[in-house]
Design a protein around this ligand. Structure first.
Ligand SMILES: [Zn+2]
Length: 91
């Protein structure tokens, strides 16, 4: 699906309609030094380490892709609800 680069919608910070630039949300880089990662590493240590079942058979064939909007005036960032798409493209 092709998504336009800009969109006009309500900005809660400016309190009026403003033009927003659209980018696709991407998960951040995983860092081994962060608390959650350290905690999980500690849980997995030793005999019988895996603490919850890993999912192997995925029913879904697509991933939800959410849009990241940022206001051109005040740089306020917000996200749109994810929609299931095979391929999202910002044009
Ligand atoms: Zn704004």
């Amino acid at each position: 699906m092709k998504i336009p680069k800009t969109l006009t919608t309500y900005c809660p910070k400016c309190k009026t309609h403003r033009e927003f630039t659209i980018t696709l949300y991407k998960a951040g880089k995983r860092r081994g030094s962060k608390l959650g990662e350290r905690r999980q590493a500690e849980r997995k240590k030793g005999y019988g380490g895996q603490k919850f079942p890993l999912q192997h058979n995925q029913a879904k064939t697509t991933k939800k892709q959410s849009l990241k909007l940022s206001c051109k005036e005040c740089n306020y960032m917000m996200q749109r609800k994810g929609i299931r798409l095979k391929k999202a493209e910002v044009v």
